[in-house]
Design a protein. Structure first.
Length: 491
C-alpha cells in the first residue's frame, strides 16, 4: 500500500544515509520553493552534461589522433556535438532528477550516451568526415564515465539538500484512510523529499487518521493548494473515486503542483511499468513480467564470465598475497569450503579465504546467536584471526568466489548464498530467494550489508529478482566497488 515513486525513493536512495527512517523533519515553510530548486538543478545538470560531453570528445580525439594538427572542423566539432547531445539527454528525461531513482538514471544515461555517439557517427557520415573506430569507442567510454561521475556528485549534493529540507516538497495527502495514514508516516522520513502538511478528505469524510491536520476536502482543492503553498498532491489511490481524480488533475493543471498517485504494488522499478488505455474511460498500469528469456540468460552468463575472468586476473596479486598471509599466520587450509544453497535449492561448495582460527567454534560465548539464524554473523567475532579480520573488513576473503562464478554455481550478481543449515531452519523466509543463481554481490550487499536485518535483506533480494535487468546488474557491480572502498557494513 505504497506509492510507486515513494517506494522507489525509499529503496533506491541508499546513496544517502540520511534517507533512512529518522525523526520527522520540520515541515518546510512557504519560502522553501523546492520545485524551483529542482528546476535550477535541471539547468545545472544540462550545463554539466555539456562540459562532460565536450571534455569526453576532446579527450577521445587526443586518444585517437594525438596532438598532431587536424582539419579546422575538428576544433569546433566537439562543441557542436555537445550541443546536439543536450536534447538527447532531455529526451531521456535526465533533467527531471526528482522523478528518477539512481538505477533508473544509470540505465537512461547508458541509453543517452549510446544514442549520442550514434548521432555523432551519422553526422560524420553526412559531412563526409572520417571517424576511426578507436575514436567512436573512446568517445562512448569517456562520455559514459564522465557522466556517471558527474551524476554521482550531483546525487550527493541533492542528498545533502534533501537532508537539510531544501528540496522538500510541501505535500497535501489526498485521502484519509489507512493507506493515507501509511503514506504520511513514510513521507515524514528525513531525506525522502516530501513534507506532509495535511490531509484532504474525500466528500463526506471529516476526520484525520492521526495527528496530521485535516485541512479541508475536495470542494475547495485549488484554494487549499494556494492557501498552504502546496507543491505536491500525493493521492492514496484506494481512498479516491474516478471523479475525485478528475478534480485532482484539474487542480494540478490550474496551480502547477506535482501529482503522485500511490500504486498498490510490491517493490518494482518503473522500467517494468507502463500506462495503457484499455477503453476511453479506463486506464491501467501494465506490469511487464520479469523472467529471463534464453537470450537474456546467455547475456547474463556472458556478463558473468567476462567480468569474473577479468576480476580474477586483476586481483590475482592480491589473492596470492592473501593466501600467503593466511598460510603463514595460522594453522589450517588457505581456502574455506562450505556447502551453500543456490538456484532451485541445489547445494554447492563455496570458496573463500579462511578467516577463522582452527577449531574456532569453541571460542563462541554461550549467549552467541544460533548459527542456524538467517544471515548469521557476529560483529566482533572472536573466532577471527588478525589477518582474517582484515580480509573480512576489506571483503578480500570473498574473491575466490569468482571461481564459483566461472564454474556456474554462482552469478556475479544475485542473492547471497547461505549455508544449508540456515536455509533448512528458515525455509519460509529464505526459499523464495532461490529462483535465481546465488550471487557474489547483490542488492542487499550494496544497501547496508551486515547492518540489515534478515527480513530487510530478503526484501531487497526479492526486489532484485522482481526487477532483474543487465543494466541493474552493471549498476550493482559499480556500486559494489564503492561499498568495498568505503568498507561499509563489512565484518
Amino acid at each position: 500500500m505504497l506509492g510507486d515513486e515513494a517506494r522507489v525513493h525509499e529503496i533506491l536512495l541508499d546513496d544517502h544515509p540520511e534517507a533512512a527512517p529518522a525523526a520527522p523533519e520540520a515541515v518546510p515553510t512557504a519560502a522553501n520553493h523546492a520545485l524551483k530548486r529542482y528546476s535550477h538543478i535541471g539547468f545545472g545538470l544540462a550545463a554539466t552534461d555539456l562540459v562532460c560531453v565536450f571534455a569526453a570528445l576532446v579527450a577521445a580525439r587526443l586518444v585517437s589522433f594525438g596532438v598532431t594538427s587536424l582539419p579546422p572542423v575538428y576544433a569546433v566539432a566537439p562543441l557542436l556535438a555537445a550541443l546536439l547531445w543536450a536534447p538527447v539527454f532531455y529526451g531521456f528525461g535526465l533533467y527531471s532528477i526528482q522523478h528518477l531513482s539512481p538505477s533508473e538514471e544509470f540505465r537512461r544515461i547508458i541509453g543517452a550516451c549510446s544514442l549520442g555517439v550514434l548521432l555523432v557517427v551519422l553526422l560524420s557520415y553526412w559531412s563526409k568526415t572520417d571517424l576511426s573506430r578507436s575514436f567512436v569507442a573512446a568517445a562512448w567510454v569517456l562520455t559514459l564515465g564522465f557522466e556517471l561521475v558527474a551524476r554521482r556528485i550531483w546525487r550527493l549534493v541533492i542528498g545533502k539538500m534533501r537532508a537539510r529540507g531544501r528540496l522538500t516538497l510541501r505535500t497535501l495527502i489526498i485521502g484519509t484512510n489507512d493507506e493515507a495514514h501509511r503514506l504520511a508516516d513514510i513521507l515524514k522520513r528525513r531525506g525522502i523529499g516530501f513534507g506532509p502538511i495535511g490531509y484532504v478528505g474525500t466528500l463526506g469524510v471529516q476526520e484525520s487518521p492521526n495527528a496530521l491536520p485535516l485541512v479541508g476536502n475536495f470542494t475547495g482543492l485549488v484554494d487549499l493548494i494556494r492557501e498552504h503553498s502546496a507543491e505536491c498532491l500525493f493521492v492514496a489511490s484506494s481512498a479516491v473515486r474516478s471523479e475525485d481524480m478528475i478534480r485532482v488533475v484539474q487542480a494540478s493543471r490550474q496551480t502547477g503542483v506535482e501529482v503522485r498517485v500511490s500504486a498498490n504494488l510490491p517493490e518494482i522499478l518503473s522500467t517494468r511499468l507502463s500506462v495503457q488505455t484499455v477503453a476511453n474511460d479506463l486506464m491501467a498500469i501494465t506490469l511487464r513480467p520479469v523472467r529471463l528469456t534464453r537470450t537474456q540468460a546467455v547475456l547474463k552468463r556472458g556478463f558473468d564470465l567476462v567480468l569474473a575472468s577479468v576480476g580474477l586476473v586483476a586481483t590475482s596479486p592480491v589473492m596470492l598475497l592473501s593466501a600467503l598471509a593466511v598460510r603463514l599466520t595460522s594453522r589450517g587450509p588457505v581456502l574455506f569450503r562450505q556447502q551453500r544453497i543456490t538456484k532451485g535449492g541445489r547445494a554447492f561448495t563455496v570458496y573463500k579465504f579462511r578467516t577463522m582460527a582452527d577449531r574456532a567454534d569453541g571460542r563462541l560465548s554461550d549467549d552467541a546467536p544460533d548459527k542456524a539464524t538467517a544471515f548469521f554473523k557476529i560483529e566482533d567475532d572472536p573466532r577471527l584471526t588478525k589477518v582474517g579480520r582484515f580480509l573480512r573488513k576489506a571483503s578480500i576473503d570473498e574473491l575466490p568466489q569468482l571461481i564459483n562464478v566461472i564454474k556456474g554455481d554462482m552469478s556475479l550478481v544475485g542473492p547471497r548464498p547461505l549455508p544449508i543449515e540456515q536455509v533448512e531452519a528458515n525455509p519460509e523466509l529464505l526459499t523464495p530467494r532461490h529462483e535465481v543463481l546465488a550471487g557474489a554481490t547483490g542488492w542487499w550487499q550494496v544497501s547496508g550489508r551486515s547492518n540489515l536485518s534478515a527480513e530487510e535483506a530478503v526484501r531487497l533480494d526479492l526486489f532484485y529478482i522482481e526487477n532483474w535487468s543487465l543494466s541493474l546488474d552493471l549498476f550493482i557491480v559499480l556500486k559494489t566497488v564503492g561499498v568495498l572502498l568505503a568498507r561499509r557494513g563489512a565484518y
